[in-house]
Design a protein around this ligand. Structure first.
Ligand code: URA
Length: 498
């Protein structure tokens, strides 16, 4: 036990304040053959509770290790540890688990693995079972924070986040959850406050700072009232099943969910059909003169989002990385309209840059159309998808989403002013015609005029990619090329019948 003595004499623990710190220190300790029982781990503040990934990391763990080694008589060394990806992932997750001995425990696991005890990651092993338990608890906490964190919108103020949220995570999951929301919320700024730290996303960069408040009560109440009003306005009693709602939300989260305060009241109201009754009270029972007014004028004025990035006209923004607007020549004579961004477009923020885009480029080449001279966009600007394993699978947008997004297509039409529209697939056609009841084949090969523009309808490039047999793929591709040629001719002033 020379090492223990050496460490005790040095009087310095090995310090780690993040997974990376721990990793660097652990690697050195392994190389220098310091067994777990000879190492004392500590966090910077002397406690066991730390925020992995929280900046700034000041403590140099390896310096302390060097001191230890200087006093260790046995100077022989081991090669650096090589570990499996599975172990790496387990260690990384478990490092976020709040336990006073987490760093020491992780080092013991690493040590055992390095010394051939690969059963250390098995559930049948005592350490392995604990490791899995920690990693699982952290994954659950991440999931809970994604699900139960509630952003509330704030009045727009220069330099201030648009959305704020309070959450009390049970483990150190804030950094990865922050990254998740940064990906999901695009350029919209937000702040997440927790009792340990605050993260701010300014639309481009994540900033981590000190805690602003220690409890939800310390946290701004005015915003809360706003959120409650909003929640009431979107609450639909018809969809409510109180048992399921309570069953799905774990007790711990109820206290910080703003809607928790109003839900019991709304549940009672819903059960009694209070919505209907409420309307009778406020509208139906009122006397006075009836003034005929068109329904359009009677509708309350809605504030339109000022930019596409802030669009909340439907819910699709919630799961998309960012809104994807159109791209191309500012005064293009031809506008190609697709369905919605795909996985790659969602990440790149540009339309038709993935596999469907490649096929479209090929068709344009063949049709003699230069992409730089046209404008390419989509009917729906946010990627709608569902998870399938680790992949995000495209989901066809609902007509109400197409209609909500038509606002943006209209804005593009107005600004670019194309003479010819190419509808790539039925979603595009439904958006252009603003109706869900259209059948593509009624319009294929027969350009028609709509709202002062010619519309050419053809297959969506993805169809030409995924239709099962080779012949149909060729035929679909040829039809797209033909439609592009037609669009070009129409844009050049040729009459449709020519
Ligand atoms: N599919 C579309 O409809 N649009 C894109 O931008 C990509 C794939």
């Amino acid at each position: 036990m020379t090492d223990v003595v050496a460490l005790a004499r040095s009087g310095q623990p090995v310090v780690a304040t993040s997974f990376d710190e721990w990793r660097a220190a652990a690697r050195d300790l392994i190389v220098r053959r310091l067994p777990p029982e000879s190492v004392q781990w500590s966090t910077q503040d002397g406690g066991g509770d730390l925020l992995s990934g929280m900046p700034p990391v000041v403590v140099a763990g390896s310096k302390v290790v060097d001191e230890v080694v200087a006093q260790t008589p046995d100077m022989s060394s081991d090669p650096p540890p090589r570990i499996s990806r599975q172990l790496m992932e387990l260690l990384q997750s478990a490092a976020c688990y709040r336990a006073p001995d987490r760093w020491a425990f992780l080092y013991r696991v690493l040590w055992r693995w390095h010394h051939g005890e690969h059963e250390v990651i098995s559930m049948a092993d005592e350490d392995g079972a604990r490791l899995h338990h920690m990693a699982k608890a952290v994954r659950h906490e991440e999931h809970d924070m994604h699900a139960y964190l509630r952003f509330r919108e704030r009045p727009e103020e220069a330099g201030e986040p648009r959305f704020v949220a309070w959450f009390e995570p049970a483990h150190d999951v804030l950094p990865q959850v922050a990254r998740h929301f940064a990906r999901r919320m695009g350029k919209t700024s937000w702040m997440i406050a927790t009792p340990d730290a605050t993260v701010l996303w300014d639309g481009a960069t994540l900033h981590t700072g000190e805690a602003l408040a220690r409890s939800a009560a310390d946290f701004d109440d005015a915003g809360e009232a706003l959120w409650l009003t909003y929640y009431r306005s979107i609450f639909n009693p018809a969809r409510l099943n109180a048992d399921i709602m309570h069953g799905h939300i774990r007790q711990r989260f109820w206290k910080n969910l703003p809607e928790a305060a109003v839900v019991p009241h709304m549940v009672t109201q819903a059960a009694a059909g209070a919505r209907k009754v409420g309307q009778l009270d406020t509208v139906g029972k009122r006397g006075g003169t009836t003034i005929p007014i068109s329904s359009e004028k009677a509708a309350p004025e809605r504030q339109q989002p000022s930019s596409l990035d802030e669009c909340r006209r439907c819910d699709l923004w919630q799961n998309a990385t960012q809104a994807v607007g159109g791209q191309g020549a500012r005064r293009a004579k031809i506008m190609l309209v697709g369905e919605q961004p795909g996985d790659q477009e969602d990440l790149a923020g540009k339309p038709f840059v993935g596999p469907a885009g490649e096929l479209l480029d090929k068709a344009m080449d063949e049709a003699g159309m230069d992409r730089r001279t046209v404008y390419v966009t989509n009917a729906v600007k946010h990627f709608k998808w569902e998870p399938r394993g680790k992949r995000r699978l495209h989901k066809t947008p609902a007509q109400k989403e197409v209609m909500a997004c038509h606002y943006w297509l209209e804005a593009e039409l107005e600004s670019i002013g194309p003479d010819v529209l190419v509808a790539l697939g039925s979603t595009a056609l439904k958006s252009i015609l603003q109706t869900g009841s259209v059948t593509m084949k009624d319009y294929m090969g027969a350009p028609f005029e709509h709202d002062g523009r010619m519309v050419v309808v053809t297959y969506h490039p993805s169809y030409a990619l995924r239709v099962p047999d080779r012949e149909s793929r060729h035929a679909a591709f040829a039809a797209i090329v033909e439609a592009l040629k037609t669009a070009q001719r129409l844009a050049d002033g040729e009459s449709p019948g020519a």
